[in-house]
Design a protein around this ligand. Structure first.
Ligand code: SF4
Length: 295
């Protein structure tokens, strides 16, 4: 893997409205978790790299000083929540070495903003000391992303991630320490992870695990990503790929009838398992003690 270190002027993107959040922080560009459906693959093209191998193997790390990040956080109204990890996994393996996400969370303890984290990695449990401090003031929710409980399927589609079983254990670890954890069952992939048995199993386990909420979203692609992902699916199972493709228009958007049908299935499962689609928004909490940087 190649690591390219950057010192970007802007660390936090604002007014992005990703999943209702007001701002996003992505500590890396690229992701060695290598999920084949990942919409962020397109962002590597912005820096003249490809969405395949380069996205997985050339990772940009965004470095910053405490002064720089605090300066930017202080310009964001406390009422705004910040989503960490919308275009990369903030706890991908490189974080074990560089600790950029941890550095950002330490700054959040001082700034007082509400935050969400989205990850597939057990490395998030390394930062339980910070997460529990934030959770004590309802300042955080951690979203664990999982598309299926089938470990072979998960490995085929997300080759750089840990097993489904390990991801349920991450939720256990967070909940046991009082950190709100939600399940991101997304993207739901037509013909691959959208059958009733698969979805029912996800809802059933999530309800046992006491997740705060469960988010679902159907797959959506840009046209080039649709072709990239289709080619990967075809390398696994050509027949099944045909049933995947027939649910999309040529530009990679889902056909309305499929979307409606999936939503009906999801609604039934929500009612059955009493799992909310509504998240409790993380709340801001300002403290005066600066010594949190010593944590
Ligand atoms: S973990 Fe997230 S950011 Fe990383 S490749 Fe998978 S979907 Fe993309």
């Amino acid at each position: 893997m190649e690591i390219r270190r950057q010192q970007p002027k802007t660390l936090i993107n604002r007014n992005v409205h990703v999943f209702d959040f007001d701002a996003t922080f992505n500590p890396y560009r690229g992701c060695s978790h290598a999920c084949k459906y990942c919409y962020a693959r397109d962002t590597h093209q912005f820096v003249n790299l490809d969405r395949g191998h380069d996205f997985e193997q050339i990772i940009f790390a965004k470095e910053f000083t405490t002064t720089q990040v605090m300066d930017q956080l202080n310009r964001i109204p406390l009422s705004q929540t910040i989503a960490i990890g919308t275009a990369t996994d903030p706890y991908q393996p490189l974080e074990g070495k560089l600790r950029i996400t941890r550095q950002f969370l330490q700054a959040i303890l001082v700034s007082g903003h509400g935050v969400s984290i989205t990850t597939k990695s057990p490395l998030v449990l390394r930062d339980l000391d910070l997460l529990t401090s934030l959770a004590a003031h309802q300042q955080i929710v951690v979203h664990i992303s999982l598309i299926t409980n089938d470990k072979v399927m998960a490995h085929n589609l997300e080759p750089g991630t840990c097993s489904p079983r390990r991801r349920w254990q991450i939720i256990d670890g967070l909940v046991a320490h009082g950190v709100p954890a939600a399940l991101f069952c997304a993207p739901i992939i037509p013909g691959w992870t959208d059958d009733h048995e698969t979805l029912d199993q996800m809802f059933a386990i999530a309800s046992q695990k006491r997740v705060s909420w469960l988010m679902t979203a159907p797959a959506h692609f840009t046209q080039p990503m649709f072709e990239y992902f289709s080619a990967h699916l075809a390398s696994i199972d050509a027949i099944r790929t045909l049933s995947f493709r027939r649910n999309f228009a040529d530009n990679g958007t889902l056909l309305p009838w499929y979307r409606r049908q999936l939503q009906q299935t999801i609604d039934r499962l929500r009612n059955h398992y009493h799992l909310s689609a509504q998240r409790a928004a993380p709340r801001p909490h300002r403290i005066t003690v600066q010594a949190v940087f010593d944590i």
